[in-house]
Design a protein around this ligand. Structure first.
Ligand code: NAD
Ligand code: UDP
Length: 312
């Protein structure tokens, strides 16, 4: 198949492009390089199955493809809050453009949505039927509400125009190829530990997240894309839940670092608890994560060791 991956030079996109190429597909990677990097996909640049286009999805594009994975959007709070108007444009205009493309060429389209659609959840763990608790006017809204609107667009194009849509709600995912300055918790803690800098825990560190290794996530994404008669939304994440402070301690231990934990103010609207209920993914996709957090962290630490050594 010919497959379009928007945001293909970002963290998850890099893994997805590599997997799809390995499976024998032709891949078109489309990226504006806001948070993605050419270095990530350097190994693919001379591959005849691979094509890279610098393009911003807020602008329309004409292509002929069979499937579209719509991943383009900065995912780290510091990056999506850098230019919030652009973030919401990417989610709304960008998704509209990709849906228009899917409609025109009759491609199947998968939207990378997020656990953030549940906001600061009042139900725990989060099931797909939960409508969420999102602040519509806060500093995270450009992302949370943007992704909610993107889900709405997917459903309306499906109902109104019979576009073949899929929605996945991704929970915190980590692994190699995250940017060293990405700003999300796993990369921050590992890079800080390797540089022997203070580990910055926001708030008292009692807030929880559930961390999924990227290979597991990509398996789930591909399963969902190729599943017939199930459009989602479906949660994809690892249901093992950790306090942020526990993650900090684990990273210090695993890196053997002398870093100290310091406490910084909790960002506004930072969700208190987050853990996916993945019963639906198990039932419909026969999917569940298989990489334990220790193993995923070990691989991620190895990756960042090389990155940090290079930049020293
Ligand atoms: P990332 O920031 O590493 O990658 C995003 C990519 O999209 C980058 O390559 C960036 O340059 C590109 N991009 C941003 N705006 C664009 C635009 N207007 N046009 C073209 N390209 C654009 O983030 P990621 O972690 O790889 O996330 C990928 C997708 O998965 C995002 O849609 C994100 O919302 C979603 N997601 C990720 C997580 C996670 O934990 N990693 C969790 C929930 C949802
Ligand atoms: N966090 C932290 N220190 C950091 C970065 C993040 O304590 O250096 C916290 C953050 O406040 C949040 C959790 O870790 O409670 C996950 O943050 P991240 O930005 O990775 O993702 P999100 O908040 O979008 O789930």
């Amino acid at each position: 198949m010919r497959i379009l991956v928007t945001g293909g030079a970002g963290f998850i996109g890099t893994h997805l492009c590599n997997r799809l190429i390995k499976e024998g597909h032709e891949v078109i990677c489309l990226d504006n390089f806001f948070t993605g990097q050419k270095n990530n996909i350097e190994n693919l640049l001379n591959n005849t199955q691979f094509e890279l286009i610098r393009h911003d999805i807020t602008q329309p594009i004409l292509l002929e493809v069979d499937q579209i994975y719509n991943l383009a959007c900065p995912a780290s709070p510091i990056h999506y809050q850098y230019n919030p108007v652009k973030t919401i444009k990417t989610n709304i205009l960008g998704t509209l453009n990709m849906l228009g493309l899917a409609k025109r060429v009759r491609a199947r389209i998968l939207q990378a949505s997020t656990s953030e659609v549940y906001g600061d959840p009042l139900q725990h763990p989060q099931k797909e039927e939960y409508w969420g608790n999102v602040n519509p006017i806060g500093i995270r809204s450009c992302y949370d509400e943007g992704k909610r609107a993107a889900e709405t667009l997917m459903m309306d194009y499906h109902r109104q125009n019979k576009v073949d849509t899929r929605i996945i709600r991704i929970f915190n995912t980590y692994g190699p190829f995250m940017h060293e300055n990405d700003g999300r918790v796993v990369s921050n803690f590992i890079v800080q530990a390797l540089r022997k800098q203070d580990i910055t825990v926001y708030g008292d560190g009692s807030q929880t997240r559930s961390f999924c290794y990227v290979d597991d996530l990509v398996d789930g994404m591909i399963k969902m894309m190729n599943k017939d008669n199930f459009i989602g939304p479906v949660n994809l994440g690892n249901p093992e839940e950790y306090k942020v402070i526990e993650l900090a301690e684990k990273v210090i231990k695993m890196t053997g670092s002398s870093s100290k934990i310091v406490f910084k103010p909790l960002p506004e609207n930072d969700p208190t608890r987050r853990r996916p209920d993945i019963s639906l993914a198990k039932e419909k996709l026969d999917w569940q994560p298989s990489v334990p957090v220790e193993e995923g962290l070990r691989k991620t630490i190895e990756y960042f060791r090389q990155v940090v050594n290079k930049s020293n």
